[in-house]
Design a binder for this molecule. Structure first.
Ligand code: GDP
Length: 366
């Protein structure tokens, strides 16, 4: 499964947020495939479409799709030089698919800031610099190996690789993330093998007080982070980690009531989950029946047989066709029968590119 790593300086609210994640963790009984580890939190991806299918089908079982967060505590200034537990933490980030960067946007004299005062942009730049330095090391190591090959035997692949590495090196040395460099598909394929940290998509999580969260724009730190994120084409999600921790102990109904009282339309954690899902180009297809209504994750661009394979490898091997309709159609018409009668159920073959919100039944040979 894809996973987003949570990073940030000490005392910015990472543990508080991660506690909220583990407390809202899925029940292992429903998700036997989820590996539950102490530094990993597996959460359901909120999806109103599943809620609606449940109303229509009254299934015995309801399963949302899931997303994983990994707690990567301990990234500090100097990590790329091996300070603290630096290198170990950097290699933990290497294993993640996206980075959630928690930034302190709250004032509290009782909670020390490692840098002395609240200044989210400085904090962002400290962490980003560590990530950039780590990538520079990776690139330099690789360059020293492959450059020789490119020079001595003029090996075509090596020459290409050196060109990409140099392009990235130049950006990194200018303090820019690898993701800001325009790379062709072929170049990206070359670079993929190195798991560069600054190539991973990033979300900033602006942690602010329970009062300001109702109107994030009122927080001047948030405004700064937002402008900074926009300049990098990254997203920022405002949260109040403390509220998220309280919310995580409540059931759905209580949660909604509490949010309403606070004047917040949606839990910040839910927003983080959805944003992480989106920036990783993840989509959802649905399966619906009286036994089970379920959401499944697939990567944008996947064809019907591959999506069948998400459910079971045998489904992919023996794929014949998919019966498919849009969630919007059943939402409007109220039943599968009505969808069929309206001519909105389609048979799709091996070349069909599955769309977000498709409801699918797979036909396959065993
Ligand atoms: P970490 O070091 O980044 O994991 O930070 P923690 O989650 O341990 O938080 C550090 C301290 O800040 C704890 O005492 C938290 O209770 C507190 N804290 C976290 N979020 C907030 C917040 O939104 N507002 C305030 N005032 N305190 C917070």
């Amino acid at each position: 499964p894809l996973t987003a790593g949570i990073v940030g300086l000490p005392n910015v609210g990472k543990s508080t947020l991660f506690n909220a994640i583990t407390k809202s963790q899925v029940e292992a009984a429903n998700y036997p495939f989820a590996t539950i580890q102490p530094n990993v939190g597996v959460v359901e991806v909120p999806d109103h479409r599943i809620d609606r299918l449940v109303e229509l089908f009254h299934p015995k079982k309801t399963i949302y799709t899931t997303f994983e967060f990994t707690d990567i505590a301990g990234l500090v200034k100097g990590a790329s030089k091996g300070e603290g537990l630096g290198n170990q933490f950097l290699s933990n980030i290497r294993l993640t698919d996206a980075i959630c960067h928690v930034v302190r946007c709250f004032e509290d004299d009782d909670i020390t800031h490692v840098e002395g005062n609240v200044d989210p942009i400085r904090d962002i730049e400290i962490i980003n610099l560590e990530l950039i330095m780590a990538d520079l090391q990776t690139i330099d190591n690789r360059l020293s190996k492959v450059e020789r090959k490119a020079l001595t035997n003029k090996d075509k692949d090596s020459v290409k690789e050196v060109a990409v590495l140099k392009k990235l090196k130049e950006a990194l040395e200018a303090g820019k993330a690898a993701r800001t460099v325009d790379l062709e598909k072929e170049e990206l394929d070359i670079v993929k093998a190195f798991s560069l940290l600054t190539l991973k998509p990033m979300i900033y999580i602006a942690n602010m007080s329970d009062v300001e969260i109702a109107e994030p724009e009122s927080n001047e730190y948030y405004q700064k982070v937002k402008a900074y994120a926009e300049s990098e084409h990254n997203e920022v999600v405002p949260v109040c980690a403390k509220i998220e921790e309280e919310l995580s102990g409540l059931d759905k109904e209580e949660k909604n009531e509490f949010l309403q009282e606070l004047g917040i339309p949606e839990s910040g954690l839910d927003k983080v989950i959805k944003t992480a899902y989106r920036i990783l180009d993840l989509c959802t297809f649905l399966t619906a029946g009286e036994d089970e209504c379920r959401a499944w994750t697939f990567k944008k661009g996947m064809l019907a047989p591959q999506c069948a394979g998400v459910i079971h490898t045998d489904f992919e091997k023996g794929f014949i066709r998919a019966e498919c309709y849009k969630f919007e159609d059943i939402d409007e018409l109220g039943s599968e029968l009505a969808v069929k009668e309206a001519g909105k159920l389609h048979l799709e073959g091996k070349e069909y590119e599955v769309q977000d919100g498709d409801v699918l039944h797979f036909r396959f040979n065993v």
